[in-house]
Structure formats: structure tokens, C-alpha cells
Design a protein around this ligand. Structure first.
Ligand SMILES: [Zn+2]
Length: 336
């Protein structure tokens, strides 16, 4: 991304092994993330950023200290580089690893190849060469599915719980899928978009609420005997959506928030009197990858349906435009 709004596809030098813990991978599929729209819209700075942080591919070469993957392995990566051995990683928060580095910006996986540092701690190999039909699902695990899953775990979703999901973008839809897998009894999707409502129901939503803000909170209360939801997932990141999520959570309930919330100000007193648990931030996708890959491999979940536009990498600029204009929920980019 040369500057906000300007995406070009250019030839870069092939990556090579620099550190003994690196791997060089040939990227088989990649995609555009909702968070890529922040620099695209100028909300985050953009000056020749190497874009892309979601990726699946085949290992071409590894450094001398890499032990868990080898050339030829098919791998799914996480969007934050992690060693997976430090105290923070071992507690399950690989996105806050002491050696954390974002793939976005400096590495960039909207590309044919990438050098992945700390390969053992960042990449997870699949049981074998995947069938083409599950590649989109494996790619979704790299961020949106892992992020939706983290939000659901953060919101303590489980059997018997009523879950409200604020946001019907890719992450919100994946949070619905996660809530269903984690055994939620009732899943309320907050969405106004007919096609996304349909996908929300496909992934397990039992109710749809179209109201927003205070009206949305009132509707959730109405559906839960005035108590609010046990578990609320915030997957948008605006002032209105965040406060809607806080308001929809019952006293003692749990809020998982994964919408990147640049312009949100949370009034301390509202959070104080809400009396709720909160957990959010960049998802430690690496924690969930082994389990998510297996669920996809066994055809138990189908997160790949979240992609609704496929383009060759060369046409990435059109993909950004389509997502910016909300003509596409999530764009799949092919590399061959
Ligand atoms: Zn670590």
C-alpha cells in the first residue's frame, strides 16, 4: 500500500532465510482483512506497507534451528509472529509474545512468498496436502476464525449460555460459528444486512436483531427477560458498537472484544456500573490453530464460506475497493 487508498502489485526480491529460526514459504492462498481497511482509509498510517497477514502455504526452506516443519509441509500461519515458548505464549497469549511481530506491514503475505521468522512458534502444519475445497477454510483459520474463536472464548461462551454478537463482518460471523461449536444455547446476531443474516443463520444464529445502539440493547434485554446476554462479542470497533456490547452484557457476564477500536472512548463510570468481565485484543490465533485445523480437516466446520469474492493477487487493488465499498465481506486472493 503506497499510501491510503493506493494498492499496487509489484515485484519484490524473493525472500531468503536470514535467521536460523526462519522459514520461507510459498503462499498458496491469502486474503484481505477488514483491518487492512484502516490504513486504506487513512485511519492508520500507510507508507509503502507490505500488506497481508493471513496465509496458507507450502514450506520451501527452513533455517538450521527449525524442528517442527520441513520443506514440503503445508502450513497455516498466525498473523502475529510468536516463539510459542516464552511465559506469555505458554499462558496462551501468543499475540503478546515477548518476541511478537505483526506480519502486516513489514512481512506482508499478500504475496507469492514470505519469510516467516520464528517458524516453529508461528506456523502449524496440516495433516497433509489439503483438498482444494478446504483451503479457504484453512485460510480463514489464520485470522478471522481464530479471532472470532478467541472472542467467544473470552466471552466465556458455553453450554446453556445466551450469546449476542455485535457485528456481521467476517469476524462476527466466525464468532457465531465458534459460539455454536462451543455449545451456546442461543446465539443472537446483530445485523441489518440480509445476506449476512442468512450466513449468520447458516453458522448457528438463532435470533437476528436489527436494532442498534440503545435500541439494540433494549432488544437484547427484551429477549433475555431483562437480564442481558451471558456472553457478548464485539466485532466492529466503533463507539456505538462497543457501548452496545457493554450494555447488552448482563451483570457478571462476559464481553469479548476483537473489533479494532481506534476511536472508541469508554466512559469509566459506565464500565464500572456494568459489573462485567472483559477480555479483548489481538487474538492469540496460534493457541487455537491446531484445534481449528483439525475441525476443518474433519469437515466439522466450514468457515471458508465467509469469502464472497475471489480474485487473482494481481487484482488486489480491486479487492480492497470491493471491501471498502462493502460490496464484499471478505476477498480471497489466489496466487497461481
Ligand atoms: Zn512468546
Amino acid at each position: 500500500m503506497e499510501k491510503p487508498g493506493v494498492v499496487t502489485v509489484v515485484d519484490r526480491e524473493d525472500p531468503t532465510i536470514v535467521d536460523p529460526t526462519d522459514a520461507v514459504i510459498s503462499i498458496k492462498a491469502t486474503c484481505i482483512c477488514g483491518s487492512d481497511l484502516w490504513p486504506y482509509r487513512g485511519i492508520e498510517p500507510a507508507d509503502h506497507l507490505k500488506m497481508g497477514h493471513e496465509y496458507v502455504g507450502v514450506v520451501e526452506e527452513v533455517g538450521s534451528e527449525v524442528t517442527t516443519i520441513a520443506p514440503g509441509d503445508y502450513v497455516v500461519g498466525s498473523f502475529v509472529i510468536s516463539d510459542n515458548t516464552c511465559e506469555i505464549c505458554q499462558s496462551g497469549f501468543q499475540s503478546k509474545c515477548v518476541h511478537a511481530e505483526f506480519v502486516h506491514g513489514g512481512i506482508g503475505t499478500q504475496a507469492e512468498k514470505a519469510r516467516i521468522p520464528l517458524a516453529d512458534g508461528t506456523l502449524v502444519k496440516t495433516p497433509g496436502e489439503p483438498d482444494a475445497e478446504i483451503v479457504p477454510s484453512l485460510l480463514a483459520a489464520s485470522d478471522v476464525l481464530g479471532t472470532g474463536w478467541f472472542a467467544a472464548v473470552g466471552a466465556e461462551v458455553g453450554p446453556g449460555k445466551t450469546v449476542a454478537v455485535v457485528g456481521d463482518g467476517a469476524v462476527g460471523l466466525m464468532a457465531i460459528l465458534a459460539a455454536k461449536q462451543l455449545g451456546a444455547e442461543r446465539i443472537i446476531a446483530m445485523s441489518r444486512h440480509p445476506q449476512r443474516q442468512e450466513l449468520a443463520r447458516y453458522y448457528g444464529a438463532t435470533d437476528i436483531v436489527e436494532e442498534r445502539g440503545d435500541d439494540g440493547v433494549a432488544k437484547i434485554n427484551e429477549l433475555t427477560d431483562g437480564l442481558g446476554a451471558h456472553s457478548v462479542i464485539e466485532a466492529v470497533g466503533t463507539q456505538e458498537s462497543f457501548m452496545q456490547a457493554v450494555g447488552a452484557t448482563r451483570g457478571g457476564g462476559h464481553l469479548g472484544y476483537v473489533g479494532v477500536n481506534y476511536d472508541v472512548t469508554i466512559p469509566g463510570i459506565q464500565l464500572f456500573f456494568a459489573g462485567i468481565h472483559t477480555l479483548g485484543g489481538p487474538a492469540p490465533v496460534r493457541r487455537f490453530l491446531p484445534e481449528l485445523i483439525q475441525l476443518i480437516w474433519d469437515r466439522k466446520i466450514d468457515p471458508g464460506k465467509v469469502f464472497d469474492l475471489t480474485l487473482p493477487l494481481e487484482e488486489a487493488a480491486e479487492g480492497y475497493k470491493a471491501m471498502d465499498e462493502r460490496r464484499a465481506t471478505k476477498v480471497f486472493l489466489t496466487t497461481d
